[in-house]
Design a protein around this ligand. Structure first.
Ligand code: PFF
Length: 454
């Protein structure tokens, strides 16, 4: 494929850390633990690992293939590989999904900043569970503060994006990801040294197979996709900055292992503490914003633990918001030939508007419903449960139908210079198995599965 002069990541470690940064986010530290709590603990973990191995890795390699082969943003990639066809809809779906996700993701990311400030000011101290629940509701439904923090988070993301691929994204990821790992390990050690730690670990690692049913399996698949950032072009966009020597297979393996490690460590950090204080592991999405501050405040130096935890959450969110921002920025910059800075400004303003709408829909605009959901939940539903599986499924169908097997083999083996032991199995999976499984996730997440099979 013809290659234009384009930014690339500068080093192998930069490639891995930037891509891990894209994958590791609120999905690992906020969504994974509560999904695990809701879906029976260890049994969910086992199924999740199966989904990562058999679905996550093959689809990730496939997205890497599209990005590195085309050297283009996600919309440009499909236009370049299949010019004049409708396949480019997959690319536009990715750009739109990343843009919308960034809108509500920035709101939740902004909440982490509010908690950091509160922990610093000592105002989390001396509260009980109902205080935390009331204050979270009051804060998240209010008008100004959530919008202010959303704006701050978008500005942080913007600054990194305009510094460029190597100087901005790669450099920031190289600093933030190791810090994130260190904080996570420190918090795990704290949690594991609590008296009730064993009960939490049993919940996490001793599977009760009777808990596995179709809904657990399908939720695990959906979570695997969200966590690995599959289906919306972030991985395609990042792979377009990979060098020609980047090993797509080992990169996918490393990113997947590290992403899963962070999710498991987040659970190890949370559940022993939750059990120690006799709190229900099935608290749901509020686990991180209501249950955990309550848990931390019962520990000695509670404010410090809260502070450290929310810094961890903010860092994880930031490495993901930059990847979501980059999808739209690269698209506008390359397809409309305007400077990267101007493209980034347009994206940031647009995302801020979506963020404001999402934030207000939790409070004063909560009466406006679309299909019974407020706007925040509706955007979350449409993107994570419809656009993302649609994107992932279409990417597999596209490569299975449109790309010659030899061309795929050439690209994923760096023109024969590295081995790919199970290439035929991989190609078969991507062409037939993955689209069917992703189709099932789609039916499950939209509620259609239950409607059809019950
Ligand atoms: N993988 C991110 C997380 O776990 O929080 C979320 C995400 C980022 C999803 C980027 C999709 C994406 F393109």
């Amino acid at each position: 494929m013809a290659q234009t002069k384009r930014a690339t990541f500068g080093s192998k470690i930069g490639v891995v850390l930037a891509t891990v940064g894209c994958a590791v986010g609120l999905g690992n530290i906020w969504r994974f633990p509560y999904m695990l709590g809701d879906n029976g603990g260890a049994a969910f973990l086992l199924v999740y690992i199966g989904c990562i191995l058999f679905l996550g890795i093959p689809v990730m390699i496939t997205e890497f293939f599209i990005g590195r082969y085309s050297h283009k943003n996600v919309a440009g990639a499909f236009k370049a590989i299949a010019p004049g066809t409708k396949w480019s809809i997959i690319g536009y779906n990715g750009v739109l999904a990343a843009f919308l996700i960034l809108g509500y993701y920035s709101v939740v990311s902004g909440w982490t900043l509010e908690y950091i400030v509160q922990a610093c000011g000592g105002s989390l101290a001396g509260k009980d569970a109902s205080d935390f629940a009331n204050e979270f509701t009051n804060f998240s439904t209010s008008v100004f503060r959530p919008i202010l923090w959303t704006a701050v988070f978008i500005i942080l993301t913007h600054v990194i994006i305009i510094s460029g691929v190597k100087e901005g994204i790669e450099r920031a990821s190289k600093v933030m990801m190791p810090v994130l790992f260190l904080i996570l390990i420190a918090l795990c050690i704290r949690s594991l040294t609590l008296p009730g730690a064993n009960e939490g670990l049993t919940f996490l690692f001793q599977p009760d197979f009777s808990k596995i049913d179709s809904s657990v399996v399908l939720s695990a698949m959906g979570q695997a996709f969200f966590s690995l950032s599959i289906g919306m072009g972030c991985l395609v966009t990042y792979a377009s900055y990979f060098g020609k020597n980047t090993n797509l297979q080992t990169t996918a393996l490393q990113v997947t292992i590290l992403d899963t490690l962070v999710a498991v460590l987040a659970a190890v950090m949370i559940f022993p503490a939750v059990f120690n204080f006799g709190i229900e592991p099935t608290a749901g999405p509020e686990l991180v914003f209501i249950t955990l501050p309550n848990v931390f405040e019962q520990l000695p130096f509670g404010n410090i633990w809260s502070f450290v935890f929310f810094v961890l959450l903010a860092l994880a969110a930031l490495t993901s918001t930059i990847s979501l921002h980059e999808v739209s920025t690269a698209y506008i910059h390359e397809e409309y030939h305007i400077s990267r800075k101007k493209a980034a400004i347009l994206v940031s303003i647009g995302v801020f508007i979506v963020g404001v709408i999402c934030s207000l829909s939790m409070g004063i605009w909560s009466a406006y419903k679309i299909f019974g959901l407020n706007i925040f939940d509706f955007v979350d539903f449409v993107t994570a449960k419809i656009m993302l599986p649609f994107g992932g499924m279409m990417i597999c169908i596209f490569v299975g139908k449109r790309i010659e097997k030899n061309l795929l083999r050439e690209e994923v083996t760096n023109h024969g210079s590295i081995r790919f032991y199970f290439f035929n199995t991989y190609a078969f999976f991507v062409k037939y198995i993955a689209p069917i499984l992703i189709g099932l996730i789609f039916l499950n997440e939209t509620g259609l599965f239950r409607a059809i099979f019950n």
